[in-house]
Design a protein around this ligand. Sequence first.
Ligand code: SF4
Length: 331
Amino acid sequence: MEVFYPGYYKDFVCIAGACPDSCCKEWSVDVDDDAAAFYRNLPGALGDRLRQVLQDTEDGTIMVIEDGRCPMWRQDGLCRIQAELGHDALCKTCREFPRLTHDYGDFLELGLELSCPEAARIILNSADWEMVCESVPGGEAGDYNGEVMEILRRSRKEFLDFLGATSLPFPEILAVLLLYTHEVQAELDGGKMAVLDADACLEDARRFAKDGDIRPLQDFFLELEILTPQWKNRLEAKAVAPCWDDRYKALLGYFIGRYWLQAVSDFDVLCRAKFAITACLLIGYLGGDLLETAQLFSKEIENDPDNVEAILDGAYTAPALTDLALLGLML
Ligand code: SF4
């Protein structure tokens, strides 16, 4: 079986106590059944504490946060379970975070989540977002439409190759992506094969672009689920003129790498490209330290499936996410 991952994937090591944010803040951790059973039968003080903080919900067992933190979080920034029992005693969520696995049956895609500050640092500072392929034993038949997957893999590679080689200003790269993805979507819908012609895409984009306004996009995000007051404040504040440095290319490479192939589930790559474009535009216009803003975006949006779904749906219905509204913010 083939395993694909971005070139930076293996650079990640958790910085634990030195982490400026920590995955142990703000959200309740989903605890898998095996770990929940193990914790509930654990003798001693740690077992007593775990029995207090585990809670069964209709979606499974969670570790309830206390004072905005995981109850297993210690003052030194380390996890009590890991410190007392070792890494293998962690539940699946904590063992794997921030590593992502997408299993397509006959191949796997791995990645890192931007919501971890250390992963975000690696992602944004790496120009190595193209996918590496490794062969490992195992695998089964692919559970997807082969023709659609073929189009998605070819078009993702074509766009990532372009992203790595182009010297266009970043907003123009986003415009090329939007127009190119329309062609890819047309191919998925039975049209002719999409070819990435950046000049032609830009010419079309310039014909349609009108003056843009970021406020409606900020208001759209204010309507979604919000985890932290910090995110609400950022969305309510006045936007800034973005400073599009090369790290935005890495950010876009991350979003494309993570979401593009998932279109095999519903044959809709356009809404995923618009998710990536919207994310880059919002992060740019919110300003501040790019790493912190991108990490906060991911924590608030990518880690909340309802928010991701709302944006994918909004790609076709929300006035702030129309092609014209987005092009106005790019050109
Ligand atoms: S957020 Fe990332 S670096 Fe920080 S503690 Fe969690 S896994 Fe480690």
